[in-house]
Design a protein around this ligand. Structure first.
Ligand code: ADP
Ligand code: MG
Length: 214
């Protein structure tokens, strides 16, 4: 087991041509995601970033024709290697997700939204306190508010808190700043990067913004 990487992938392919007249999809020869810090995936719209993320996180199974496909997740705490190509193992991988939109439930408080992931996964152990995370991400002042009263940046920070309460080893972020202005987006990336380095975690960060990627 290579201690430096949390995900190692080889020969993964996704082919969408069955659903379309044009051949499209992606082929991934080899990727290793460092165990700590932010790994940025950058490319224009439609280049396959979301497809790549869903393949790497085991959400989308590679096309049947991918020979020698490998997708391993290294859980260092448990000292085990999980094969994400098997759905049983994929469920055990410690992954958190954040998307372009925060997808909060409008009628309930920010705190109730933040607690939903651990509640739905029925997790009792290894939960990170939502209030502590809200403090770290600068949204503790608004945690009592109804979700529909939050600004875009605050809502996205609550979505991040929701993802982190289950203590993932990797936070998978699919363009979480694309609905935010440049400054709010940069500040969000800074907070996530700080979280990754302080807690020894990995972030997969997708963006079409070259400046942000740099
Ligand atoms: P990005 O996230 O970089 O914008 P995507 O991974 O969403 O790119 O899409 C890559 C390509 O695959 C695009 O041409 C898109 O239209 C196509 N695509 C994405 N999802 C599907 C799908 N479920 N069925 C068919 N084609 C798809
Ligand atoms: Mg996308």
């Amino acid at each position: 087991m290579d201690q430096d990487y949390v995900i190692e992938a080889n020969n993964l392919a996704c082919d969408y041509s069955e659903d379309s007249d044009v051949t499209k999809g992606i082929v991934l020869a080899q990727v290793k995601i460092p165990r700590v810090g932010v790994t940025v995936i950058v490319g224009p719209s439609g280049s396959g970033k979301s497809t790549l993320l869903s393949l790497l996180s085991g959400i989308r199974k590679p096309s049947e024709q991918s020979e020698g496909a490998k997708l391993n997740f290294y859980d260092f705490e448990e000292n085990i290697e999980l094969n994400l190509l098997e759905s049983k193992s994929a469920r055990k991988a410690k992954l958190g997700f954040v998307f372009q939109e925060p997808h909060l439930i409008k009628e309930i408080s920010a705190r109730s939204n933040a607690g939903i992931a651990s509640h739905l996964l029925n997790r009792k152990n290894n939960i990170v306190d939502a209030d502590r995370l809200a403090h770290d991400f600068g949204v503790n002042q608004v945690i009592e508010q109804r979700a529909d009263t939050l600004s875009g940046g605050q809502a996205q920070r609550i979505a991040i808190v929701r993802a982190l309460t289950v203590n993932p080893d990797i936070l998978v972020c699919d363009e979480p700043t694309s609905s935010l202005d440049e400054e709010t987006g940069t500040s969000l990336l800074d907070s996530i990067s700080q979280w990754a380095h302080e807690n020894g975690k990995a972030v997969l960060w997708v963006t079409h913004n070259l400046q942000q990627a740099a």
